[in-house]
Design a protein around this ligand. Structure first.
Ligand SMILES: C[S@@+](CC[C@H](N)C(=O)[O-])C[C@H]1O[C@@H](n2cnc3c(N)ncnc32)[C@H](O)[C@@H]1O
Length: 231
């Protein structure tokens, strides 16, 4: 039985679509409801309709961002779709190197908690084709929560077990200095990446140009017009 009425849920879904392009279809309102209720608990808001009103308040920009944040699906893993990283290593990088240029630049757009951008750097390092000092790497996401995690580069046992071989784990990670059983991507890799928040609905004209952009598993959540604009 739903705790939030469907009109209020539709209101929340509309705000999310307007601000991010992410579509919540009615079948997924149960997921939206869970997330809204969680946010209300964290923000000590008793009634979700009160949250709806608070979101209008210009002085509540932080809460609004948190609300947008909870709407995102951040599923990711290391070397997700491994074939793509093989193609990057064996085909794309040799072409980029052959084309020449002072520095290669890479962008992981909507990179979630960082597994994608770090997989890319591991693949490049393994290829031996591009010295790490000859590349720049940027990662963006709409969610500040995932950006912070990506920047820390610390992963649980479960997260490293998803896609990382033991060889890669020992070559590219150190045990976390903070929590036993967790791992941190090595500092020389972490330091290569710059991070910023970017919503695809806003202009990214000033991002500059890149030799390779990874933008994966995100357009599927967006409305068709948004997909076409981003693509
Ligand atoms: C499912 S994850 C995909 C992560 C990674 N690219 C991968 O393939 O493993 C989708 C990411 O897109 C981000 N996202 C959703 N809507 C966005 C938007 N409008 N602008 C930028 N990023 C967005 C989410 O915060 C989330 O971290």
């Amino acid at each position: 039985m739903s705790k939030i009425n469907s009109e209020t849920l539709k209101y929340f879904a509309d705000v999310i679509e307007r601000e991010t392009g992410i579509i919540y279809v009615e079948e997924n309102y149960f997921q939206l409801e869970d997330r809204v209720l969680q946010l209300c608990r964290n923000a000590s808001i008793e009634d979700p309709s009160e949250l709806a009103l608070t979101l209008h308040d210009p002085s509540q920009a932080r809460l609004r961002r948190t609300f947008i944040d909870i709407a995102t699906n951040n599923e990711t893993s290391f070397f997700r779709d491994p074939g793509i990283f093989q193609v990057i290593k064996n085909t794309v990088l040799p072409l980029l190197v052959e084309r020449g240029g002072a520095k290669l630049s890479f962008w992981s757009a909507a990179g979630s908690t960082g597994q994608e951008v770090y997989s890319l750097i591991m693949a490049i390092e393994e290829s031996g084709l591009v010295p790490l000092s000859s590349m720049s790497v940027h990662m963006t996401d709409i969610s500040e929560r995932v950006l912070e995690r990506a920047q820390q580069g610390i992963y649980t046992q479960l997260e490293v077990s998803r896609g990382l071989s033991p060889e890669r784990l020992s070559r590219f990670f150190d045990p976390s200095p903070f929590v036993s059983g967790e791992y941190r991507i090595k500092e020389h890799i972490r330091r290569l990446v710059s991070f910023s928040r970017l919503n695809f609905l806003e202009s990214f004209a000033d991002m500059g140009q890149f030799d390779l952009v990874l933008c994966r598993n995100v357009l599927i959540y967006l409305a068709l017009q948004t997909m076409l604009c981003v693509a």
